[in-house]
Design a protein around this ligand. Structure first.
Ligand code: VAH
Length: 313
């Protein structure tokens, strides 16, 4: 059995769909703190799980004895700055509970997402390497950095086969983003189709590493399928994705919706968060260790997003 915790989130929703397609619906237990969203309702086994409730979480591990666990429950960067202690508690204590039960129940593999948010103002801004100065200044960012240290620690001390990816900002059409700084890159598509215009909360020239959800899910599954001896990094793997600005994304959308109008909100707290993150990432380690290769560039992603969103908006 595969347990996905945080199944209602932007990554969780898509991961449940992908894993059920591979392993069969009944093999994948979706779970989250609240009831399933439309996207996965009535589509297979579902449990209410609160990673901060040890008894509840222990009961789920005992009931299913999962061979794989994907822990996607987290509070993201923007919401995390509004609720710093809650973000630290959920992201950190939640992870440690899962690590402990994975060891207790001998879970074969654990996946846990990190983020480019682990880098900070003094990290190299371009082609940010796997190892460098990391001084994240958001609670989300340093909870992910601390989480990477815990993940590697449980691999070394307990032999737990835990694997992780530092995701760029993710863009997909199956599920809404969860209160992050890169959410603009999803909202813009919905607004372009519904209203023909969008007011970006990040400035026109804010370059960020982003990635289409198809690539992010494929990377996750290929990392988890790779033989353990190929996984040389047990903190978290950099993934580069595609780096672009809101202006470049708007221009790409205009190739499909010529009347699309882009505007910019001049003050938003998420700008400072975006400015603290790298502009591009070096993912050589992922390419060498487990053969990572990106498929969606900006034009291909934009075309696919609009084509799929058009059908459900
Ligand atoms: C966020 N979407 O904005 C997440 C992600 C790199 C960004 O970690 O917080």
């Amino acid at each position: 059995k595969i347990l996905v915790i945080g199944a209602n989130g932007q990554i969780g929703t898509e991961l449940v769909v992908a894993l059920r397609g591979i392993h069969g619906v009944d093999k994948v237990i979706a779970s989250d703190i609240n009831n399933p969203t439309y996207a996965i309702r009535n589509s297979g086994p579902y449990e209410l799980v609160n990673v901060l409730d040890k008894d509840n979480l222990h009961h789920i591990f005992e009931k299913y004895r999962p061979t794989q666990v994907y822990l996607l429950a987290a509070i993201l960067s923007a919401v995390g700055e509004q609720k710093p202690k809650m973000a630290w508690d959920l992201n950190m204590t939640g992870l440690i509970h899962v690590l402990d039960f994975a060891v207790e129940f001998k879970t074969a593999k654990v996946f846990w997402p990190s983020s480019i948010a682990v880098f900070g103002p003094h990290s190299p801004q371009f082609n940010t390497p796997q190892y460098c100065v990391m001084d994240p200044n958001t609670v989300y960012g340093f909870s992910k950095l601390a989480g990477e240290r815990w993940a590697e620690y449980y691999f070394v001390k307990h032999g737990l086969d835990i694997r992780s990816i530092r995701y760029p900002g993710l863009i997909g059409w199956k599920a809404s983003p969860g209160g992050g700084t890169t959410d603009y890159a999803v909202h813009i598509f919905h607004e372009a189709l519904k209203k023909g215009k969008y007011e970006s909360f990040l400035s026109a020239d804010t370059t960020l590493p982003m990635m289409y959800m198809e690539d992010a899910i494929r990377a996750t599954i290929s990392l988890m399928d790779a033989p353990a001896d190929q996984i040389k990094i047990r903190s978290s793997y950099n993934l580069a994705g595609i780096s672009f600005t809101p202006a470049q994304l708007a221009d790409e959308i205009k190739k499909h919706i010529s009347a699309f109008e882009m505007g910019y909100v001049d003050t938003d707290p998420r700008q400072a968060i975006a400015d603290s993150w790298p502009k591009s990432i070096d993912d050589n380690s992922a390419q060498q260790d487990w053969g990572w290769k990106l498929e969606y560039d900006l034009p291909k992603m934009t075309a696919d997003m609009l084509e799929n969103l058009k059908k459900i908006i």
